[in-house]
Design a binder for this molecule. Structure first.
Ligand code: PAF
Length: 297
């Protein structure tokens, strides 16, 4: 595949740059011309969820940069870094018609240069849930997101609610470190049957995919119980958990009813309580969440 260093590559529909220098040359030119920059960071393997972030960026900014970088530092030992789906051509073919102006697809060596050893130690909100099952994950996420922000220097950056804890970690980091970027969190995109869209869904067989629907069914039940007036967190949690007990082949890592800003577990739920689930189906880790008072999106 040809990598354009500047401006549009007619065959692909948008320019691709792989170095920080080329990225900056393009973005600095836009900025000098008074454009606003929206940024959608991704690890590729794109689906409609990512494209909805691009659409949101297009609505808000005059230029949109998407990055495609499978970040090694956010994968733990034994996780799926090696087998994570990589297909730059397919990804770019999806981004170009949505109006992405520039794709930044650096190599690991471009992002983590020899001797690189400074990291972002993320906020307290990174410790429970994903943090306890994937130690070091959010350090890798926060570090790469800050690095990408410093490379792209966007006005706004767009993240999906599906990675709820990630979006809290990023928002906290931006606030704590005075990073001049507006963080937007956009609704989770779902398959017609309710499964939250995820690049990892590609690993699931048809049977496992059906089993995976228990996550969205359980969240829907949580929202319904809340809508009917139930406020006791233990009752809601147990009813939600029961659906997993009735679904063989699915192992729950956590099923949490937590404060939507701190992720501290609650005993009495409110409209802003967030329900978060992580479960493994045939070794594939799925996560999903919803804010009880808002219902499923
Ligand atoms: O959500 C993701 O795809 C990744 O965690 C991100 C934000 C691109 C950082 O590598």
């Amino acid at each position: 595949m040809k990598h354009a260093s500047r401006e549009s590559d007619a065959s692909l529909g948008c320019a691709i740059v792989t170095t920080r220098g080329d990225l900056r040359a393009v973005v600095d030119g836009w900025r000098a011309a008074g454009e606003t920059i929206g940024f959608v960071p991704t690890m590729g393997a794109l689906h409609a969820g990512h494209l909805s972030l691009v659409d949101a960026a297009k609505r808000e900014c005059t230029r949109v940069v998407a990055s495609i970088f499978v970040n090694p530092t956010q994968f733990g030992p034994g996780e799926d870094f090696e087998r994570y789906p990589r297909d730059l051509e397919r990804d770019v073919a999806q981004l170009a018609p949505r109006g992405v102006d520039l794709v930044f697809a650096p190599t690991p060596a471009e992002v983590y240069r020899p001797g690189s050893s400074t990291v972002v130690e993320p906020a307290k909100v990174s410790l429970p849930l994903e943090g306890s099952f994937r130690p070091g994950h959010f350090r890798g996420v926060a570090t790469v997101v800050l690095k990408l922000f410093n490379m792209v220097r966007p006005d706004s950056a767009f993240f999906g609610q599906k990675d709820y804890q990630q979006s809290l970690v990023v928002r906290r980091m931006v606030d704590d470190l005075d990073v001049p970027v507006v963080v937007r969190v956009c609704p989770t995109m779902r398959e017609p049957d309710g499964l939250a869209m995820s690049s990892r869904n590609a690993y699931l067989s048809a049977d496992d995919r059906r089993r995976g629907l228990v996550l969205s069914r359980s969240l829907t039940l949580g929202c319904e119980l809340f809508a009917k007036g139930e406020r006791d967190a233990t009752t809601i949690r147990e009813r939600m958990k029961q659906l997993f007990d009735e679904t063989p082949g699915v192992t729950v890592d956590y099923l949490s009813l937590a404060d939507s800003e701190t992720l501290v577990e609650v005993s009495v739920v409110t409209a802003t309580t967030v329900a978060l689930i992580a479960a493994r189906v045939a070794g594939v880790r799925l996560i999903d969440n919803c804010v009880l008072g808002k219902g499923m999106n």
